[in-house]
Design a protein around this ligand. Structure first.
Ligand code: AMP
Length: 281
């Protein structure tokens, strides 16, 4: 059994008690429907701190009106069991009204890094993410908070917000956990039919093809056009974006010149919108 905390007050009391014992704290924010990717964040948390608090909150403000908020998988009991098995110290699972009480009127909006990519495909998404993560960081005030590189732009948005708002929490990125065939683990993979699932690894293959071409000196634009065509041929119904960016600033990049790059993509397959990204060093 894992202790499940429902209110900000109880969360602060729990953190205060651990602090009084001299223990350090890591926070792992999630939307639940946990998989090995989430659990790798918990494991990484224990390399950084004595206690790891996971949070589960399906945040309504980061979903667009026609997105999957209402059908997003919710399975708190199973998630709690997985977290207990992973040795996680506590679960914070607040209600929507605990996070957004009546009269809530504040939005955290991060310029620059939120633009383009998922920011263009999902208007308002990163405002919702930045707002809820800022709240979670201030509610728990952990030493460190861990986020997956799977959501690379999100990681950049959160790093920026924490720095700009002087939130005294270290933001730590964790490498993407993949299936054996390359598909990045995601709660949304359960939207895939068996036929979709067979097609899905083409997304990772497209990214690795672009990475190989870049290291051979080819231009990003040509490589991305080819890879996008490959995704359509494989069975993806649309490609929101497939782009090469500077790994640090996320500014568009033409080719590999020695600066670290990141190739990022989002594409629709059946009922799912899959995102993935890889680095080029
Ligand atoms: P989510 O529940 O999808 O909002 O994800 C919660 C956290 O888990 C985020 O920091 C994600 O980047 C991270 N995450 C999701 N999938 C993976 C994965 N396959 N590998 C590593 N981290 C992941």
């Amino acid at each position: 059994m894992i202790e499940t905390i429902r209110t900000v007050g109880a969360l602060r009391a729990r953190v205060r008690a651990w602090r009084a014992e001299g223990q350090s704290i890591a926070l792992v924010p999630t939307m639940g429907a946990l998989h090995r990717g989430h659990l790798s964040l918990v494991t990484a948390g224990f390399t950084q701190a004595d206690r790891v608090i996971a949070t589960i909150f399906v945040n309504p403000t980061q979903f667009g009106p026609n997105e999957d908020f209402s059908r997003y998988p919710r399975q708190e009991e199973a998630d709690a069991a997985l977290l207990a098995q992973a040795g996680c110290s506590a679960l914070f699972a607040p209600s929507v009204t605990e996070m957004y009480p009546e009269g809530f009127a504040t939005t955290v909006s991060v310029a620059g890094v939120s633009d383009g990519l998922c920011g263009a495909a999902r208007p308002g998404h990163f405002d919702g993410v930045a707002t809820v993560v800022t709240k979670l960081l201030l509610q728990a005030l952990p030493d460190v908070a861990l986020f997956g590189e799977k959501d690379y732009q999100q990681l950049g948005v959160i790093e920026r917000a924490a720095r700009d708002l002087d939130i005294p929490v270290r933001i730590q990125g964790v490498p993407t956990v993949r299936e054996a065939d390359g598909l990045a683990l995601s709660s949304r993979n359960r939207y895939l039919t068996p036929d979709d699932r067979a097609v899905a690894p083409a997304l990772y293959r497209a990214l690795t093809e672009v990475a190989d071409g870049l290291t051979q000196g080819q231009a990003a634009e040509t490589l991305c056009a080819h890879a996008t065509a490959d995704l359509h041929r494989a069975g993806f119904s649309s490609v929101d974006y497939l782009e090469v960016r500077d790994a640090e600033t996320l500014a568009p990049a033409d080719r590999f010149t020695g600066r670290r790059l990141r190739i990022l993509a989002a594409a629709r397959l059946g009922a799912a919108r899959l995102i993935d990204n890889i680095g080029v060093e």
